[in-house]
Design a protein around this ligand. Structure first.
Ligand SMILES: [Ca+2]
Length: 511
């Protein structure tokens, strides 16, 4: 093959000066290589919230809040209606995202497991290929991050107010509100990073995880309104099995006084405490006097819970706006892929619950917004089934790295471009493992297609559930034993078996 001159090489990578002759600024092959990298390969910013359900984003037709800055990503990029997680709980979903492999392969089947940090991850692969990599915020995988040039994370869950963070192994206490602090650190890193390289930043929020601590400036947001209740707030779990009936995650019984802000958090500064007491004190006084019972008490708890949750979301929305403004001002917006997602969904009073874990819709679905002006048309909506498993191979694809054969997801790049590969998946496989544990959601696995969902609760009980999502989008009637669905059950069992074989899952029972 003919060796390229430097001029030809620069022209081939689209460097404008190549035809103008002003090449003397490039003094070495290394700087040519770095320039090639920074010009051609996109930067990646993966923004992940913790427990942010898609039905609390206005671009997903939320009936309860507005998220103007997050909506910008949908308006300027692609909104995925059917992005699902493969195991709806924090650490497991994070491990799936990092590795592109199911929980039974990456080892983090539940929140008690330590992540084996010697294994292959997408940040490691990007770093090896010349990317500058960083993670700031919630990590939660129990071992120190590997594959990052910079990391600054919370020990464990982190705190909403005045959190401690571990920066490259050194503990540091910050004063202020968690979502602002994470964003400040991301913006600082973006300014200080090695500007010769493309970068990948994991901007990982703590919010809106339990116990939903709002920023001081949002403490009284929604005070004058009543948030609409979900239709299933008073679900009685009839027509479903033991798992839905025997969980411990109802708004009625499982929220404690800290969740409900009936006690003041212990780690506030004097100024924060003053604002906190001014916001909650009079409302708590009124609540105690009212002596609510039964459904009225549940309604009050729902309002208290959902307002605090949405206040946390409001801070994320504000801070994502700060980040997007920085990308505009710094000229990075066009060549940076910005993704917004959450490690899983969440029940926002749906079925009377908070938390996640179940394969039911509100928990299974993740918000997924992707903006990349250089390649993606604005305003697309996609309804194909995509998974948290697909993030790693998508990043490989955009970075021009060959995807290792052991990665189990598929790149969504074609979907982002508005075309659908002929072999795109028509079903997804799910497996949840944490029981007995907080919230007592029984272990299960299952398969979801565009229309149906078949779930098997196997380890702790042996029960099957089938939902016809077209006729019963709220999943209120298990039709597994309905003879009209006998063929559907048979087909889905075969599909479940095939997926378990394909993804090498031998845990649980064979179908
Ligand atoms: Ca989570």
């Amino acid at each position: 093959m003919k060796r390229q001159t430097r001029r030809e090489f620069l022209k081939s990578i689209g460097y404008a000066a190549a035809s103008g002759g002003t090449l003397s600024i490039l003094s070495s092959c290394e700087s040519v290589g770095q320039l090639a990298a920074s010009k051609k390969r996109p930067n990646i910013i993966l923004i992940m919230a913790d427990d942010h359900a898609s039905h609390a984003l206005s671009c997903y037709e939320s009936k309860i809040n507005k998220t103007p800055n997050l909506d910008r990503l949908a308006e300027e990029g692609v909104l995925f209606k059917n992005c699902f997680c493969t195991n709806s709980i924090c650490a497991p979903s994070r491990a799936v995202i990092l590795t592109g492999k199911y929980s039974h392969i990456n080892g983090v089947t539940d929140n008690t497991k330590k992540f084996d940090s010697t294994q292959q991850t997408f940040p490691k692969l990007l770093q090896k290929a010349g990317y500058e990599t960083a993670i700031v915020g919630k990590w939660q995988l129990k071992t120190d991050p590997t594959g990052f040039d910079y990391w600054n994370i919370f020990p464990g869950q982190g705190l909403y107010y005045n959190p401690v963070m571990t920066e490259m192994g050194n503990r540091k206490k910050y004063t202020g509100y968690v979502t602002d602090i994470i964003t400040d650190n991301c913006l600082r890193w973006l300014k200080e990073r090695n500007h010769d390289k493309p970068f990948c930043l994991l901007y990982y929020h703590k919010a809106p995880h339990r116990k939903w601590g709002p920023a001081p400036k949002h403490l009284t947001m929604y005070d004058d309104v009543t948030i609409p209740e979900p239709q299933t707030l008073f679900d009685d779990y009839s027509n479903r099995g033991k798992a839905a009936k025997e969980q411990e995650m109802t708004i009625e019984k499982a929220l404690n006084n800290k969740d409900l802000k009936l006690v003041t958090p212990s780690n506030l500064t004097n100024e924060q405490k003053k604002l906190w007491i001014a916001a909650y004190g009079p409302k708590n006084e009124e609540f105690r006097k009212a002596d609510l019972k039964g459904k009225e008490l549940v309604r009050w708890k729902y309002q208290r819970y959902i307002k605090d949750y949405l206040r946390c979301v409001a801070s994320i929305d504000d801070n994502v706006g700060r980040l997007l403004d920085y990308l505009d001002k710094s000229g990075l917006a066009n060549n940076t892929i910005v993704i917004y997602t959450s490690d899983q969904g969440f029940f926002l009073g749906d079925h009377g619950w908070f938390d996640k874990r179940f394969m039911y819709e509100q928990s299974l679905r993740m918000p997924l917004l992707v903006r990349y002006p250089k390649e993606i048309k604005a305003g697309l909506v996609n309804e194909d089934i995509v998974l948290n498993l697909d993030f790693a191979p998508t990043f490989m694809d955009f970075a021009g790295i060959e995807t290792p054969a052991d990665i189990q997801g598929q790149s969504i790049r074609k979907l982002l471009q508005g075309t659908k590969p002929a072999d795109w998946r028509t079903s997804m496989y799910y497996h949840y493992y944490e029981y007995p544990a907080v919230h007592m959601v029984k272990r299960h696995y299952g398969v979801r297609t565009q229309r149906y969902k078949l779930i098997r609760f196997y380890y702790d009980i042996d029960e099957w559930e089938l939902y016809d999502l077209q006729k019963d989008p709220d999943e209120l009637k298990n039709v597994y034993d309905d003879p009209a669905y006998a063929d559907v059950v048979k087909e889905l069992k075969a599909e479940l078996k095939q997926l378990r074989t394909k993804f090498k899952d031998t845990t649980g029972s064979p179908v």
